[in-house]
Every structure is written in C-alpha cells, then in structure tokens.
Design a protein around this ligand. Structure first.
Ligand code: LLP
Length: 421
C-alpha cells in the first residue's frame, strides 16, 4: 500500500495534489511519501518484533539525507557500500554504531574513515579484504567488528544483473571456505568477529531462496560456535521484492519473511540484522514527468516525455516495468490506446514502455511513474547534459524540495579548461 491516490480526479501524494508540486518545482521530479516510508519501515519492525534486531536501510536504494534522517529518527540503522554513503548516513544524524559497511571493494581510506568515526560492523567479502582491514585497524590502534559475507550458492531467481548469491557471482566467500577464513580472522590483530553476513540478491518474489540461504547460515553459526567463535549477529541482507504492477504480482509479505527468519534462527540466540532497500523506498516514491509531444510514427505513436533514461534507468538497464499513470485521472469510459513511452535522449534504449495502453494524452499533460522510489534518483546521471531532477518529500499536506534542480551554469562550470586550450 502507498499514499499516491486519486482524489477528485487528481493524483495526490498524501494530501498534496501533484499538479501543485509540478507547478512549483517544474517537471520532471521525484516525489516521496513520508507516510509510506514510515509504514514500510514499521512492517519490518513488526515482522521481527520480539527478536533482538536492527533494520538497516540500504542507502543505495534512496540516499537523500532527508529520507535517511526520517528513517534514522524511527530507529533505523543504515547499510552503506561506499565512503560516500557512510558520510551521508552520518550527515543525516545516524550514529556510526548503527551503520554496517558492505561491498566487495572497500578501500583503505574508507576503512580508516569508518573506523575513526564509528562503525557497527564491516561485512567483509574476502580473505584479502580481511587482511587489509586488520592492517588498517591495527595501524590506527582500533578494533574492527567484522562479519564475513558468505556466498551460499543459492539462486535467488531474480534478474540476472541483481542476483548475488550464486558461486559465479563476485560477492562473499564460498560458504565451504568460511570456517578457514574465520580461523584466520581470529588470529589477526585489529579484528573482532561478531557474526555472519549474507545477501543473495534483490527483488526476490519467493521466500524459498531466502530460506535455503538462511538455513545454511544457521548451520554455519552452529559450526563456528563449535569452533569457538563468538557469533552474536547474523546480517541477512536485503532483497525482499515489491509489486511493480498493480494486478498480478504478490511478493511475500514482510510478516511472512519475519516468521521464516524466526523459524530458522529462533533457537540460536542471535541478533538479526536485515538490509532492506527496495521494500521500504520503492513504492514510497514516484517520478512525475510532462508530455512534450505525442508523435505519430509509422504504425505506432510515441509519447515523448521530459523524463528520460538518465532520470530513471531501470527500464533501459533491466527491462524493468513501471506502471505509468496520468496525473489527471482518465474518465472510466475512456478508450485506452497503445503507445511507446520514451524520453528525449538520443538512443533507442531510452524507452520506458512499448505499446503500453494509455488514455489519450497530449503535450503538457502530467504522468507519474509508480514504484520509482528505490534505485530511481540514486541511479540517475547527467547524460545529454540533462540536470539531475529535484526530489520532493511530502508529509501530510506539507511538502519540501529535498534536492534542488541544479542550474545549467552549475553543471557546465564544473568542467575545467586546461591552460593549453
Ligand atoms: N544489502 C546488500 C549487500 C545489497 O547489495 C543490496 C542491494 C541490498 C542490501 C538491498 O537490496 P533490496 O532490499 O533493495 O533489494 N539497481 C537494481 C537493484 C540493485 C540491488 C543491489 N544491492 C534495481 O534497480 O533493481
């Protein structure tokens, strides 16, 4: 459920008509709903109630500081994958001891910075990284709390580009090698083993791959404890999928996900960490764009928008589906006609939808892309020298621009001309 609904024929974000925001900030823009973000965060809190747990929001899905502040205020931890994300979490007011640091390529600089400013744990992805972290921590006279990310060789049955838990993927260490690496970790200076980490992929629409992976982690927990390690946490990653179409998708509910976690880890006395991104942010955001032209092509019409693949890359990159709806509701009896919905960028990949049934729309009309809160704004670029689009946060009948549209001067003046030109 989200808070983007028609009222009196106009699509609203909570109590604010999107026409009003469009008139104020111009299009295209991203718009997020506070009530939806809060609701989705609480679904996980409720799902894990009664178990010692921390819900760490995966910042990579939506990293605006206002959103991080909002979730941080509710008690969320953060999952970061770069020094930049780590700094964002701290800038948003989230204390380092609620921040977990994931990612296969952490640099010495990133490790040192996080160790100096406070970190809950590093989710270490290789023996090589573990040795470097030991050097950095020992050099600073610090101790790095560590989990090892294991690769359970489970197929998450999701899009090829976002599956991460198969043995051919670059993530984690093979679960069969884990005990040897934990043994090494126990001997290394500056390293304190605190748990195990796993993340098998994103947009999972079935609990079975999660359960298969978590069961292996539970077995490993027992084995490692038998070897004398202190395993007090398990970080189960993110990945729970969301419905992208209103009709035919029913991914598992957080409550069922939580019940499964309880079933697998209930008797192990471990603290549970999870790292959801998409489920919290995805359906809490939309992208609003205007129609520039309805172009009549040969045998097909093109709805050309002022948003493009640089603003929302998911359709071009993953063939992802986003529902696209008019901001002014079409009358129930309106005939829908198939159109290709495209952006102005100069490549055919800049296509949001092919032959999508839409009510009649023309220049100046507003449309909204649903489910665009996660992996939307964060993956945008300035391709074609198109400015990054604003982000707006709605809260009841209030709204605020939480990232402004840069001016062309700001973009162009970042370039430097060498003296020989
Ligand atoms: N934890 C780790 C270690 C991750 O790599 C990810 C996502 C998450 C948590 C959060 O997963 P979520 O709950 O959001 O599924 N750009 C792609 C998705 C990439 C996901 C990368 N890792 C997309 O637009 O579908």
């Amino acid at each position: 459920m989200d808070h983007f609904l028609y009222r009196d024929g106009i699509l609203h974000a909570e109590d604010v008509p999107l026409t009003e925001i469009a008139a104020h900030v111009g299009t295209p823009f991203y718009c997020y709903s506070t009530a939806t973000l809060e609701r989705h965060f609480r679904l996980f809190q409720d799902a894990l109630a009664g178990m010692d747990h921390l819900v760490c929001f995966a910042i990579k899905s939506l990293s605006n500081q206002a959103v991080l502040r909002l979730l941080g205020n509710l008690g969320a931890g953060m999952d970061v994958v770069s020094g930049g994300e780590y700094r964002r979490a701290l800038a948003a007011g989230v204390p380092g001891d609620r921040v977990v640091f994931s990612g296969v390529g952490k640099t010495r600089e990133e490790m040192g910075y996080a160790l100096t400013h406070g970190i809950r744990q590093f989710n270490v992805e290789s023996a090589e990284e573990l040795r470097v972290l030991s050097e950095v921590a020992a050099g600073l006279g610090k101790t790095a709390p560590v989990t090892l990310r294991v690769n359970p060789d489970v197929d998450a049955k999701t899009h090829e580009k976002i599956a991460t838990g198969r043995k051919e993927d670059k993530f984690g260490v093979p679960i069969a090698s884990a005990r040897a690496i934990y043994a090494e970790a126990a001997r290394l200076p500056g390293i304190e083993v605190v748990g195990i980490d796993v993340h098998i992929g994103s947009q999972l629409t079935d609990l079975a791959p999660f359960e298969a992976a978590f069961t292996k982690v539970a077995e490993l927990t027992r084995d490692l404890r038998g070897d004398g390690h202190v395993i007090r946490r398990v970080d189960l990653g993110g990945g729970l999928g969301i419905p992208y179409t209103r009709s035919n998708e029913t991914p598992p509910l957080p409550l069922d996900y939580g019940a499964m976690i309880r079933r697998v880890f209930g008797d192990l006395d471990v603290e549970i960490e999870i790292e959801p991104g998409r489920l919290i942010a995805g359906n809490a955001g939309i992208l609003v764009a205007s129609v520039i032209y309805l172009k009549q092509g040969e045998g097909r019409d093109f709805l050309i928008l002022d948003a493009a693949m640089n603003d929302l890359i998911r359709p071009a990159m993953y063939g992802a589906h986003h529902d696209i709806i008019p901001v002014i509701e079409a009358a129930a009896a309106t005939d829908q006609r198939p159109v290709d919905i495209v952006g102005p960028v100069c490549e055919s990949g800049d296509t949001f939808a092919k032959q999508r049934a839409m009510p009649p729309l023309g220049a100046g009309d507003l449309v909204a892309f649903r489910s665009a809160g996660a992996y939307g704004a964060v993956m945008s670029s300035e391709y074609n020298t198109r400015p990054l689009i604003p982000e707006v946060l709605v809260h009841g009948d209030q709204y605020a621009v939480i990232r402004e549209r840069p001016s062309f001067d700001e973009i162009i003046n970042r370039d430097r001309l060498p003296e020989w030109l």
